[in-house]
Design a protein around this ligand. Structure first.
Ligand SMILES: [Zn+2]
Length: 396
């Protein structure tokens, strides 16, 4: 991890990417056999006649499946499933990088497979050719394909894939797509079986709202217009969800940020956490990837360095599934020690106020925090909680 200190981090992730990949390349190379010995297979999914990664190429989108080396992995005799959605600033990304970085993202798939999950990494169509919400539709099609092809998941080490225990994870733009999939008003209907099967969502380093001016072009490439980028962001969708849907309709959410995340992304993660906690009335865990920048977080699995966030994530997923993981010996050879920092919400910006009278108990003892929204109609919103009776409301 020492090699990361000279790499600029509080800048566009595009500038952090190449030197970080280069820093982790020898670490992954050292573990090449441990990564590539994990069983992996590639499938086409969806309507493959038209699902090209880019309109201009003949590269059909596919998904990779990685299997745990032992079975079963869970106390109920089954093997749960993890979907991972990679990032790439909405306009780039691939299941597999080309040499010399060809171990990305096999390294991540192998890391989670070794810890008990059938790990599935789908491709999705990219901006600017394909705009909101096409990638989200692709990811949901990959999940539906998986549920409809359960027999393809059965291997000598995985006899009973648990199609009812899905966890959806995403990094950066992939976190935006993962968050959007559960918050979009129609893509997964409220009472659908699919929604019930998604038990947890892991959102890593997500730009959850409208970005600083230097990044606007990327967001417009995906969302089409600035207005759309503001109104369809995961934070805007969350606020609409809060207004219209019951609390229980959201799966459990884990947030992850790198310690050296670009500040604008980190701040958005904290805002997202605070709004979620306000809505749910319970703590939402944020794991901090100690020593990591935006890119190194996802380079570290199977590298033997900086894997603590991954270990914490694995623990969270198992706990969230309410299952006990049976095997611990399968992770030998890849170090997984220590613990990262876990943070509660940024309570320092929460303040007490006596401005508003509670409409329920008419007391004036409240807690509040303000989030910058930057939507067309609302620039910021203050979230209020009555200390006396727990009543909640917002004001603009
Ligand atoms: Zn009250």
């Amino acid at each position: 991890m020492d090699q990361l200190t000279d790499i600029p981090w509080n800048v566009s992730p595009r500038l952090t990417r190449d030197p970080t990949l280069e820093a982790f390349r020898p670490l992954l190379e050292k573990n090449r056999s441990l990564i590539t010995e994990i069983a992996k297979k590639t499938f086409k999914y969806g309507d493959t006649d038209r699902h090209f990664l880019r309109a201009s190429t003949s590269y059909i989108i596919k998904l990779d499946i990685y299997w745990p080396p032992v079975q079963p992995t869970s106390s109920n005799g089954k093997t749960p499933i993890l979907f991972y959605v990679y990032g790439g600033g909405f306009v780039a990304g691939d299941r597999n990088s080309l040499a010399p970085f060809d171990l990305m993202l096999s390294s991540l798939g192998a890391f989670f497979a070794r810890r008990g999950f059938i790990t599935i990494i789908p491709d999705y169509r990219l901006a600017p050719e394909f705009k909101y919400p096409t990638p989200v539709e692709d990811i949901l099609n990959a999940i539906k394909w998986t549920l409809n092809h359960g027999s393809e998941l059965i291997t000598p080490t995985t006899l009973d894939p648990d199609l009812d225990s899905l966890t959806l994870a995403g990094h950066s733009a992939g976190a935006v797509h993962a968050a959007t999939s559960i918050l979009h008003p129609t893509l997964i209907p409220l009472e659908s079986d699919l929604r019930k099967k998604i038990k947890g969502v892991v959102l890593m380093s997500g730009p959850f709202h409208f970005p600083p001016i230097t990044e606007i072009q990327v967001f417009e490439a995906y969302y089409g217009t600035e207005k759309n980028a503001r109104e369809k962001s995961p934070l805007s969708l969350l606020l609409k969800w809060i207004d219209t849907k019951p609390k229980e309709s959201l799966p459990k959410i884990l947030l992850i940020e790198a310690q050296y995340e670009p500040e604008w992304i980190f701040d958005m993660g904290v805002d997202y956490q605070k709004v979620l906690e306000w809505h749910l009335g319970e703590a939402v865990l944020m794991v901090i990837g100690k020593g990591h920048n935006h890119i190194s977080l996802i380079c570290s699995p199977s590298s033997g360095e900086g894997e603590e966030w991954g270990v914490e994530t694995v623990e969270w997923i198992w706990k969230n599934l309410k299952r006990v993981r049976l095997t611990a010996h399968c992770c030998q050879g890849v170090s997984a020690v220590g613990s990262g920092i876990s943070a509660g919400s940024g309570a320092d910006t929460t303040k007490h106020t006596t401005d508003d009278e509670c409409s329920e108990c008419h007391q004036r003892r409240n807690r509040s925090f303000t989030v910058q929204l930057g939507t067309e109609s609302v620039s910021s919103k203050t979230f209020m909680t009555c200390i006396n009776c727990g009543n909640k409301w917002t004001r603009i």
